[in-house]
Design a protein around this ligand. Structure first.
Ligand code: AP5
Length: 223
């Protein structure tokens, strides 16, 4: 399965991605996670990307497209992949289209998580993330069992720098102006499917699985 998850910041893409890639045994390719790993490791890419991320702006297309091209060259993508947070602009979507056409690995479906911006602002400002394994929590709806420590790996739980309220508002505006046009791009290609991202995490997963199962040609777990 080759899947793109679309939706505004805080829609639950990362939360759902973890569950869906496990079900379909495909790699989870999150450009945000790759960038944050580069920031942590202090690479040149990370240093360059950090100032855009901290301001809630998009990292330049050429940087992202090169990064994704490298990732798609890795052997685990032969089984398929799930993109979370990519593409983010029409130039990124066009570059991906060229890439997958060259590789003869077309996208099966673009799943859009639909939720109001008012709801996602609260999700983002309450989000906490494990600094070691990346597990996502929420201070109100999904808190860790022990204050400040990850349930899975006991790592330190932190707030992402770009989850501060003023940055969140800019990220939502950037989504509205630069990423929302992708919906039309994929609608025109007959790839766009919508599900509501409102409700419990389990309810959203159930909706996602029902839609994705329609595109599943692997005969895997989701059948
Ligand atoms: P990125 O890491 O991609 O962030 P994002 O798209 O803004 O998405 P988020 O990770 O904020 O939200 P999500 O939808 O994954 O929600 P989550 O599941 O965590 O990008 C960060 C930055 O990197 C960008 O601003 C940009 O600078 C750069 N970047 C990345 N990719 C780029 C690209 N392609 N081009 C250019 N720049 C790029 O959930 C959020 C919270 O809600 C959690 O606390 C969770 O517990 C909670 N939650 C989840 N589901 C539910 C539910 N159903 N009900 C209640 N709460 C829920």
């Amino acid at each position: 399965m080759r899947i793109i998850l679309l939706g505004p910041p805080g829609a639950g893409k990362g939360t759902q991605a973890v569950r869906l890639v496990e079900r379909w045994s495909i790699p989870h390719i999150s450009t945000g996670d790759i960038l944050r790993a580069n920031v942590r490791e202090g690479t040149t890419l990370g240093t360059e990307a950090k100032r855009f991320m901290d301001a809630g702006e998009l990292v330049p297309d050429e940087v992202i497209i090169g990064m994704v091209g490298d990732r798609l060259g890795e052997p685990d993508t032969a089984a398929g992949f799930l993109f979370d947070g990519f593409p983010r602009t029409v130039p990124q979507a066009k570059a991906l289209e060229t890439l997958v056409n060259e590789l003869d690995t077309p996208i099966d479906v673009v799943l859009r998580l639909v939720v109001d911006h008012a709801d996602v602002a609260e999700r983002l400002t309450g989000r906490r993330t494990c600094s070691d394994c990346g597990r996502i929590f929420h201070v109100l709806t999904d808190p860790p069992s022990a204050e400040g420590r990850c349930d899975d790996c006991d790592g330190e739980i932190v707030q992402r720098d770009d989850d501060r309220e003023e940055v969140v508002l800019n990220r939502l505006e950037v989504h509205r102006t630069q990423t929302a046009p992708l919906e039309h791009f994929y609608f025109e290609r007959g790839l766009l499917r919508d599900i509501s991202a409102v409700g419990t995490v389990d309810e959203v997963t159930q909706r996602a699985v029902e839609v994705l199962a329609e595109y599943d040609r692997s005969g895997g777990d989701a059948a």
